[in-house]
Design a protein around this ligand. Structure first.
Ligand code: NAD
Ligand code: ZN
Ligand code: ZN
Length: 346
């Protein structure tokens, strides 16, 4: 089959032919109908050799939707042809976090060398994807694979972050979204669907800010050193009750900290590697800062249920498998509006 692989440190991803995977006992083979392209892959492909955590070559893609092609020995209850979304942060399935569905925080994944598809294990940007266990699949029925596949990460990750801040986001509150790309433009819609907060979106690109307004942001602000002042103005000087930083650079964290109201949440989701100073009264009193990784298995069911109600309008740009390296280039250049989605089977 054809697959898109990161093959050597610093090299661009390549379309290659690899052996067709076959499902072993307990595994499920999917024919991939759609695979999302996440900015995290660009971060992975910039890591130096010394601390590169995965074996190369690596088939990319940690957002996947497909149809069940074949099941391994012992797998029951999954019919061939069923359309499913893949829960990506695989865990051991037996520890207490996994028992709670929080496989993203599996206690034994490192010890047992369990990795997500596309982030250690062969990923979804290929004609076929091997899934280690049927519990990592969520049936999506007749939902469109292209518009659904980003929900497995670009939807699930903001959903989890927003859900933990719901108590802050009652009527009269303000939520700030920094970075309105793949994750951010879904985050804005989730905030509109799940809360009554006023949503203020920040980005460096006018095109992304236009998308932010289109998907429901009440206000948009260019992300520069004046942005926090604008958010303070919009909120009558008080600041925002929750700030979601989908960039995570020093500069955006500085903005996030300056936007955060007394008794607010500051969620760090982007992995640009920035840090922020913490001191007495800085950020404001009783601000809770947290970083989070992906979401739980049951939260993916919830996001898919929300999509079924028709309130999410995920923007996508589609590419063939052969065009996937170009999709990564465009994402790197900031030229994808919404999420790039690869169609490995035409
Ligand atoms: P993306 O490229 O689609 O979107 C990033 C957006 O940020 C773009 O619209 C870009 O214009 C904007 N941006 C860049 N610099 C900015 C600045 N200084 N101020 C405001 N906006 C700025 O990327 P994505 O796929 O949505 O991923 C966003 C981030 O989240 C990445 O760092 C990614 O690695 C990370 N991520 C984290 C998790 C997690 O579990 N924590 C999961 C998925 C992705
Ligand atoms: Zn991702
Ligand atoms: Zn576990």
């Amino acid at each position: 089959m054809k697959a898109v692989q990161y093959r050597a440190i610093g090299a661009a991803p390549e379309v290659v032919t690899v052996p067709d995977p076959e499902p072993g006992p307990g595994q499920v083979l999917l024919k991939v109908t759609a695979a999302g392209v996440c900015h995290s892959d660009i971060a992975v492909m910039s890591w130096p050799e010394e601390n590169f955590p995965y074996e190369l070559p690596l088939t990319l893609g940690h957002e996947g939707v497909g149809t069940v092609e074949a099941v391994g020995e012992g797998v029951t209850g999954l019919e061939t042809g069923t359309s499913v979304a893949v829960y990506g942060p695989w865990g051991c399935g037996t520890c207490v976090k996994c028992a709670q569905g929080k496989e993203n925080y599996c206690l034994r994944a490192a010890e047992l060398d369990i990795n997500p598809p596309g982030l250690g294990r062969p990923g979804a940007i290929a004609e076929y994807l091997l899934v280690d266990d049927p519990r990592h699949l969520v049936p999506i029925g007749d939902l469109d694979p292209v518009r659904t596949v980003p929900l497995t990460d670009a939807g699930l990750t903001p959903y989890h972050a927003i859900k933990r801040s719901l108590p802050r986001l009652g009527a009269g509150s303000t939520a700030v979204v920094i970075g309105t790309g793949g994750l951010g433009h879904v985050g804005i819609q989730l905030l509109r669907a799940m809360t009554s907060a006023r949503v203020v979106a920040l980005d460096v690109s006018e095109e992304k800010l236009a998308l932010a307004r289109e998907v429901g942001a009440h206000e948009t602000v260019l992300s520069d050193e004046k942005a926090a002042g604008r958010v303070r103005e919009i909120t009558g000087g008080l600041g925002a009750q929750a700030v979601f930083d989908f960039v995570g650079a020093d500069s955006t964290l500085a903005t996030a900290a300056a936007c955060a109201a007394v008794e607010s949440d500051l969620a760090l989701i982007g992995i640009a590697g920035g840090t922020m100073p913490i001191g007495f009264g800085q950020p404001a009193y009783e601000v809770s800062v947290n970083s989070s990784y992906w979401g739980s298995r049951s939260e993916l069911f919830e996001v898919i249920e929300l999509a079924r109600t028709g309130v999410l309008d995920v923007h996508t740009e589609t590419f063939s498998l052969d065009e996937a390296p170009r999709a990564y280039e465009l994402l790197h250049e900031g030229k994808i509006n919404g999420r790039a989605v690869i169609l490995p089977n035409g």
